[in-house]
Each structure stands twice: as structure tokens, then as C-alpha cells.
Design a binder for this molecule. Structure first.
Ligand SMILES: *Cc1c(COP(=O)(O)O)cnc(C)c1O
Length: 426
């Protein structure tokens, strides 16, 4: 029995309707932006394997650092104990984050990084003796799949069975072009009413919403309102972090500094699961107390795992290299040229770009994730040897930074092919 069939006998895949899903594609090896399948086919990984991979697959430098760490210390309890990789990664990240970020709290993934931030925000207000209950979020946001993260995410079909279990959140519109004033007004009204503990947002790009983008200027205004009314700000940089938006962090585009930040995905270059929540001294100090009940009672078995942290350090070394920074710029420039051309096409509703992220939104009668168009486009790309995962009628690229211009051209060509399919449907 081949691997795909054995898989089908035992595995339950994420975000997959197992009844109708095609057999999964077994990948035996990765190298750079390429994935090598069991049947000899190769795929360009245009989505960085669910937005995590920064420097290409099976990167030898990360592999070497991880192997060294594995032979030195694979794991140690992180309460009462520490180790060099966790300390060094925190030191080096805090140096390049917005200057007010002073403390690093490790967890396992993006959802837990968000859970930690929400719990910190709520407990912060308890600890300072001004309990506040409300959390504010963007209506179309995505912050993860655990309960707290689901609660601050959009109320979509995906979470419908759980709605009644999710805590109330005040949602505001995403301040896309033309909607800025409305979003600002909504936030101000909630802030003025009082009781708002925190505003959590995906800075500049809402990934799962379909790479929906808004400007740093309006984000700065939103953050300004939060500062004015003492609403804590939580920048969820799980997707946007580590160069995705053209700068190391999307929060570097704005003047205001967030009170807390969440990271995962690219944190280890896509090698290991690791989550990180950072915060300012103001937050941290509210938990320092002789009264033990003010402690942040949260932790995961694998908190600060040395292997994950060493992958994080290796990925950071690579990210900060001149060559990688140039690649990030190069990808942005290539995207820019393609975007200008794609905007001229009929049946293209919008082309959005921010740094290495490019999204082409096709005009389509039906925009649902479940539409057949999505599957048709997905399969078409695979036939062309390109891994693209459309969100409904939105095609996006979020590539590893080592991707070559030739590989980018092949992805663009595939998107043009998709466009032809869409145009024929109209
Ligand atoms: C993917 C994502 C998460 C959740 O991260 P997981 O590691 O999948 O739990 C949270 N926030 C944003 C913005 C994301 O893109």
C-alpha cells in the first residue's frame, strides 16, 4: 500500500473534509523553495508551507544548529531552570522589536502565543485593581484555533459550533481603504464606553481573511485611540513577523508601540513549533508582587524548548544577513511589477501587496471557501507544479525568501493561467 493510502487509513488532517478530500500528496524531501513528491513531481512552495518557512526547506545551517542542540540538551523544565538558547533568542529578539518590548514568554504555537497575550491583558487589569472585561478585535480577524484565540477571531462558519462557548468580543470593521473613518469611530465609541482591556489586531495584513490590507497610518490612529483611553494593544505578528511585510516586523511601520506582541510561524524559520509573547515593562511589572495570586499561572510542558529556540536563533542569523534582506526587497519588487500588470486584467477585483505578500482577488459570484472555484484553482496550480492554496477566489503568494526570480515567474504564470480559467467562467 502506498503512503497516501496508508495515510488515509489513520490520519485526520487539519482543515480537511476527509469525506471528499483527494488523497494527500506525500512529500519525501524539501530543498530551497521546492518540495519533492513520492511520485517524482516537484512543487514550488509558494505558500511557505502554511506561512512558516522563511529560508527554504531543510536549510543546512538550521539543520546543523538544531543537530548540535539535540546532542547537547534536548529539553529542560522551564520553571526554576533556564538554558542558553532561550535566553539568547529572547535577548536578540527584544533588541530588534519595538523598543518598549522588554520581556519574552515562550509557548508552543501562534494560538498559544495569543492565549498568553489575552490572559496577560486581562490579568494585568486585575492585578492593578481595575478589572476590565472587554476585548476588541477586527471583524474578519484570525488569531488561532484554541478557545480564547477563536473568541477574538471572526465569527465564521469554521467556528459556528462553538459560538455559544466563546466570550464576547467587541468587533470593529477592518480599516481597508475607504473604511478608515468608520473603523476609527467604532473603536473610539467602544473605548469611550470604558471597560476595554485590550485591542488585538493583525498589523497591516489580515492573513486568513484573504490577505486583506490596511495602512500604517490608520493603524497608528487606532493605536493612538487605545493609548488615549488606556486600552492595551496586542500586535499579533504570528504571520507578519520576520520580514513578511518588507520590514522585520509590521509594527515597525507605525509610530506607536504595542503593549504586547505575538509570534510563531516564521519564528523558527518554519522548522519547529514555537510561540512567543513579548510585553512591555508596564505589563510585566504588574505581575511582580508579594501576593502570589498576582503570578501569571500559565505554562506549557515544552515552554522554551531548546531545540525550537536554537532553530529560532539559526533562523534569526539567516534573516538578518544582508543577502536575505536583499531577497526580501527583490521579492517585493518582483511582486510589484506583477501586481501592476495583474491590475489591468479583466475579472481581477483587486491586487494587494505588502512586502513579500501578494494577493490577487478574482471577481467571482461566490466567494466562499467551499466554492468549487477554489478547488479548481488549487488543482490547476498543483498540475503546474506550484503549491498555492486559494482562499476562495483570492490567490496569494507568501514565499520562502530564497525563492528565485525564475520560480516567482513560474508562480505568476500559474496565476495568469488561473485568471484564464476564471475569465472563461464569466
Ligand atoms: C496562523 C495564525 C495564528 C495561529 O497560529 P498557529 O500556530 O496555527 O496556532 C494566529 N494568528 C495569526 C495572525 C495567524 O496567521
Amino acid at each position: 500500500m502506498d503512503l497516501a493510502q496508508r495515510d488515509q487509513n489513520v490520519i485526520w488532517h487539519p482543515y480537511t473534509q476527509m469525506k471528499t478530500a483527494a488523497l494527500p500528496i506525500p512529500i519525501m524531501r524539501g530543498d530551497g523553495a521546492l518540495l519533492f513528491a513520492e511520485d517524482g513531481k516537484t512543487y514550488i512552495d509558494a505558500v511557505a508551507s502554511w506561512w512558516v518557512n522563511l529560508h527554504g526547506h531543510a536549510h543546512p545551517y538550521i539543520a546543523q544548529k538544531v543537530a548540535q542542540q539535540l546532542q547537547t540538551l534536548e529539553h529542560v523544565i522551564f520553571a526554576g531552570f533556564t538554558h542558553p538558547a532561550a535566553v539568547e533568542l529572547a535577548e536578540r529578539l527584544l533588541q530588534i522589536l519595538p523598543a518598549n518590548q522588554k520581556r519574552a514568554f515562550y509557548s508552543d504555537n501562534g494560538s498559544t502565543a495569543v492565549e498568553v497575550a489575552i490572559k496577560m491583558a486581562i490579568q494585568y487589569w486585575n492585578n492593578v485593581g481595575q478589572p476590565k472585561r472587554k476585548i476588541i478585535a477586527f471583524r474578519d480577524s484570525y488569531h488561532g484555533d484554541t478557545f480564547g484565540a477563536m473568541a477574538v477571531s471572526s465569527r465564521s462558519t469554521f467556528t459556528a459550533p462553538f459560538w455559544s462557548y466563546l466570550f464576547d468580543v467587541e468587533f470593529i470593521d477592518v480599516p481597508v481603504q475607504g473604511q478608515e473613518e468608520e473603523a476609527l469611530k467604532q473603536l473610539e465609541a467602544i473605548a469611550v464606553a470604558g471597560g476595554a482591556a485590550a485591542f488585538i489586531y493583525e498589523p497591516l495584513v489580515l492573513g486568513t481573511a484573504g490577505m486583506v490590507m490596511y495602512t500604517p497610518e490608520v493603524l497608528d490612529k487606532l493605536m493612538g485611540i487605545c493609548k488615549k483611553y488606556s486600552v492595551l494593544t496586542i500586535a499579533d505578528e504570528v504571520m507578519t513577523g520576520f520580514g513578511r511585510t518588507g520590514r522585520n516586523f509590521a509594527s515597525h511601520y507605525v509610530q506607536h508601540q504595542p503593549d504586547m506582541m505575538c509570534f510563531s510561524k516564521g519564528l523558527t524559520g518554519g522548522t519547529m513549533a514555537l510561540g512567543l509573547t513579548t510585553c512591555s515593562n508596564q505589563i510585566y511589572e504588574a505581575f511582580l508582587h508579594d501576593d502570589k495570586s498576582k503570578t501569571f499561572f500559565h505554562g506549557h510542558s515544552y515552554t522554551g524548548n531548546p531545540i525550537a529556540c536554537s532553530a529560532g536563533l539559526a533562523s534569526l542569523d539567516l534573516l538578518l544577513q544582508e543577502e536575505t534582506q536583499q531577497s526580501i526587497n527583490r521579492i517585493g519588487q518582483q511582486h510589484n511589477i506583477f501586481a501592476a500588470n495583474a491590475r489591468k486584467l479583466q475579472h481581477v477585483k483587486e491586487v494587494r501587496q505588502q512586502g513579500t505578500i501578494l494577493a490577487v482577488e478574482f471577481e467571482a459570484g461566490q466567494t466562499s471557501y467551499f466554492s468549487n472555484l477554489r478547488d479548481t484553482l488549487y488543482n490547476f496550480a498543483l498540475e503546474q507544479g506550484v503549491l498555492l492554496r486559494p482562499l476562495g477566489n483570492i490567490i496569494y503568494i507568501i514565499p520562502p525568501y530564497c525563492i528565485t526570480n525564475e520560480q516567482l515567474e513560474q508562480i505568476y504564470k500559474t496565476i495568469l493561467g488561473m485568471h484564464e480559467l476564471v475569465a472563461n467562467l464569466h
